[in-house]
Design a protein. Structure first.
Length: 378
């Protein structure tokens, strides 16, 4: 790994130096503000220092598949590594035991055989990633509300399933611009779910389509590429973009844009398993006091992982956003999660086009994504 230290008069200049030397894939390790010159730093000129790093890929590795470094068998293993491995092993064992117990405790009703015409719908919904419990609930309703003659009518069965899923999807909660003061919207979530692209779509929609006064603030200074991406969005749609390094810097940026109707804050992707990252996120949110804190999650994430992410961010979250619906054929994990929360869903994204590939998360649209439009084959 190549690590370098960069100094500049402001954030933009210093980030520019990072990008020029290390590229947009550089990772920010540390940022600080200091005074240069003056008496013990007093009355000196404010400077920004950024420590950044880039992973150097060996030339031979570019020609072949990346190999995972292996530990020499004669090397003594670190005790903490052994402990972590044991914990992971125990977690896997517990998960397997829970699954086995759940199978053993199924009721007779749960294990009953469905009529073949309804079994096809059971298979289709399970293939979409919907949990067995919810599938039973949905098909039970179909069986009870439609006559056996109507079960053969795919359009009627689909309509009944769609109505059921829409009810399970809960409520919708959309952003409303501020009147006397700006509405502050923060997007949070794990890495790689598309927060920066989503915030660009929202900002473009409100500024270009709705003609609202919008500002963008990014606190995602861990990735140079994220900062550059948001700056590019801002230039294209004519919206000011601020880069902040600290919670106090965020407070100053919010003051400067007090005349706006909407202020969107892009936060760094946080590992839900990293306590320090979560503490940093909490500090930014406590300073911002957002009106909407939207947890962004990918529809491609499996149900168990999605639920773990949700529980870790739950204390911060007021609304949900689901992304990458165009990248999965099994969006049932969304329904599995929504059946366990009362939080409203705000938006859905289904592509990279800005601002087109985003829509309101109405129960009807959610149901369509969850079920798909495929009909079962006889």
């Amino acid at each position: 790994m190549r690590v370098r230290r960069f100094v500049g008069d402001n954030v933009s200049e210093t980030m520019g130096k990072v990008k020029k030397e290390l590229g947009s894939e550089a990772v920010i390790l540390q940022t600080r503000e200091f005074s240069d010159g003056g008496f013990f730093g007093l009355f000196g000129k404010k400077k920004i220092e950024i420590t950044a790093a880039i992973e150097e890929v060996p030339v031979t590795a570019q020609k072949t598949s990346v190999s995972v470094p292996t530990r020499n068998l004669s090397e003594p293993k670190d005790q903490s590594e052994n402990l972590q491995a044991e914990i992971k092993s125990m977690r896997r064992l517990l998960e397997q035991m829970n699954k086995q117990l759940n199978k053993q405790t199924d009721t007779k009703e749960d294990k009953r055989d469905w009529p073949p015409v309804l079994q096809r719908w059971v298979d289709l919904l399970q293939n979409r990633g919907i949990s067995e419990h919810l599938v039973r609930r949905i098909i039970n309703n179909v069986q009870q509300t439609l006559s056996p003659q109507e079960w053969d009518d795919n359009s009627q069965v689909y309509a009944r399933i769609e109505a059921n899923v829409s009810q399970l999807c809960g409520q919708i909660g959309l952003i409303q611009p501020g009147i006397d003061k700006p509405r502050i919207i923060a997007l949070i979530g794990p890495t790689g779910v598309g927060k920066t692209t989503t915030i660009g779509k929202l900002a473009a929609g409100f500024s270009i389509v709705d003609k609202r006064k919008v500002a963008l603030i990014t606190a995602d200074t861990y990735r140079v590429a994220a900062v550059e991406q948001l700056k590019t969005f801002g230039e294209i749609i004519g919206v000011p973009v601020e880069v902040v390094m600290t919670p106090s810097g965020l407070s100053d940026a919010l003051e400067r844009h007090a005349d706006k109707e909407l202020i969107f804050i892009d936060t760094a992707g946080r590992s839900p398993h990293h306590d320090l990252h979560m503490s940093e996120l909490r500090a930014f949110l406590e300073e911002a006091q957002p009106d909407f804190t939207m947890l962004v999650m990918s529809a491609t994430t499996q149900t168990a992982d999605q639920y773990r992410i949700y529980k870790r961010f739950e204390s911060f979250t007021t609304h949900l956003i689901f992304t990458k619906l165009d990248e999965t054929g099994s969006a049932g994990s969304i329904l599995n999660l929504l059946s366990q929360t009362t939080l409203p869903t705000a938006y859905l994204t289904n592509g990279q086009n800005v601002p087109d590939d985003i829509e309101a998360a109405t129960p009807f649209r959610l149901a369509r994504y969850v079920i798909g439009e495929e009909m079962p084959h006889a």
